[in-house]
Design a protein around this ligand. Sequence first.
Ligand code: PEP
Ligand code: MG
Length: 749
Amino acid sequence: MSASLIESESRKLLQRLRETLAAAGGGQDRLDSITHHINDSIKTDVCSIYLFRDANTLELCATEGLRPESVHQTRLRLGEGLVGRVAVTGQPINTANAPAEPGFRFMPETGEEVFPSFLGVPIRRVGEKLGVLVVQSRDPRLFSDDEIYGLEVVAMVLAEMAELGAFLGGGSDSLPSRHRFPVMFRGIGAQDGTAEGQVWLHEPRVVVTNPVGDDPDRERARLHEAMAMLRATLDELLTDELLVGGEPADVMKTYRMFANSRSWLKRMEEDIDLGLSAEAAVEKEQSHARARLERAADPYLRDRLHDLDDLSNRLLRILTGQGRDTGAEMPANPILVARTIGPAELLEYGRKLRGVVLEEGSVGSHAAIVARSLAIPLVVHAGRITTEALNGDPILVDGEDGIVHLRPEESVAAAVRDKVAMHAEAQKQYDGLQSLPAAATCGTRIELHMNAGLMADLPSLNGSGAEGVGLFRTELQFLTRTRVPRRGDLALLYRRVLDNAQGKPVVFRTLDIGSDKVLPYMKAQDEPNPAMGWRAIRVGLDKRGVLRMQLQALLRATAGRPLHVMFPFIADPGEFALARQVLSDQVERERQFGHALPSEIRVGAMLETPSLAFAPPAFFRNCDFVSIGGNDLKQFFFAADRENEMVRRRYDTLSVSFLLLLRQIVERCRDAGVPVSFCGEDAGRPVEAVTLAALGLRRLSMRPASIGPVKHLIRRIDLSALTQVVHAGLDDGVDSLRPVVTDWLARNG
Ligand code: PEP
Ligand code: MG
């Protein structure tokens, strides 16, 4: 068949499919008439539609040419037979000799005859596998590229029809119904807590109601118009938002490159010529890109395909007027479901959310930092949840175990509710401790402070019973903007933090960027090992303007009040001395300008690299305080990346080697007369916390939600007795103190 004949045949066929969609009747009738129209149009002997019954099973749902009795009886596992292979690989199979193909399976229940020529194409919609469309014929021949392309276009229309629910109901109850069954996702818990609510999609699915276009010229014009709008919005973004220092962000440049890509546009125009509407053409190419994305191993290529995916979504929103800001009302207990989300967007939702579930993201990502600050349960790497979930679906999130139940069965929901109730009960107990000191039965007092990073954290200062803020991470204000914040804005924010703290001490940590925390407006460094690269104080000392500006903001905010400031990631005494000098210079500058100064300035170093534990004694004497950043210290001590799931939990904080390092730090600080605290995540784990206290740490800083459980345990133990047990254990030759401490707690705690 010539290309133009195929075009007009294809358009005719698609029109018939559209009439089928519009006609009254049940899903089965529609499927039956579709197989008939396809056979008739392509002149094949068999046309069959297989749809997914569940994630692993394909079911023959309609056929013309095979035995009618086999409909809804013939089932294939994913990967089984040629049909199963098309479903797994997402690639068409075209053969003139089907029985000779690897994996061929003859299914006698479908008929006596073996049809040698076989063409199967996937039915899929934006990354979601829905089934397989197959044509077969007696005449052993290979289908042409144009015919394959044409069948893919038909499959796209079938996918849109399935999405619209066209194959449900009307006596076809045995058909698989999507988006109805419970699904469980096993992801990674990135913030503890359990939540029950309804799905709120960050990017709601766009529903294409008109997969078939009447008039290709009109559809082309619509596509061109939408492309022009897309380009205009990208240009606007480039000039307005991301133009920092005259340098457009690379990512936007790639976006624009795609938006101007001739080949992308050409493929969509070809789809339109075969009878698709503009939006169905965009989706068809997006599905292709997604399928390639899943197979791409090269991270650069994956990123580029992601960009194309994002652009396709923008284009679909323009064409359909759907998507974000559709006016849909957020449910009462929204649980945000997204492929990925930036910290700024997550902050915008703020405390309205009950939980967050991401398909991608990592435990150490910015979104995770924000979710932690907002204290909302977060699960990352939750399979393909954005294709399964619909707005308003009931959902349960267990941030502790990293499990998400979508449309859960009542029994599952009841079990999770029990867990929530147990937590609430424990929380009530902790609330009663709020105004009591964290004093052990022997009388030793431990100061419990909280970690914070947002204004929104400050209300927890009173609610949690924290004695102050032991670590205020200042990077979020930098991460969530499109340019370096101004000194005045920062000073205002820091002042509000102090006002809210009502006299309780707040330790501000200067900007800790680099590693995974990349500022959108800073030129990204292509570092082989960013956690050990140009980060934290290293950036501060090399880009002194930003450090000076931040210190000036802190000085202005604290005028007349005490200022506690610490520098992150100090690896040698020289860095601390330099940073301290920068601060002294700013104090002098403020004095010269006649600005009021803080009533007292205390300057600390964060001990996050093993090297600093071995610094000369003078270093410790020169610090006003030391704060152990256990998260980083541990990753460098064990050489185990804190964000790498394969090694993150491999080494234990209570291993004797790590505790010996901590004991040495505590002793060196004591000898130098300098106060030392611990502000890594481990401070918030009760067993770890009491062990740290037994090592001599008297100030721990943790997430606000951990203060209750830690205080509860401290108040029940004799710390002097545990101290003896811990020191004896450290000198005893065992590998780990975990069994020693937990046994002792079981007997005495
Ligand atoms: C740490 O490393 O322990 C720490 C508190 O800093 P951050 O987690 O912000 O790196
Ligand atoms: Mg750190």
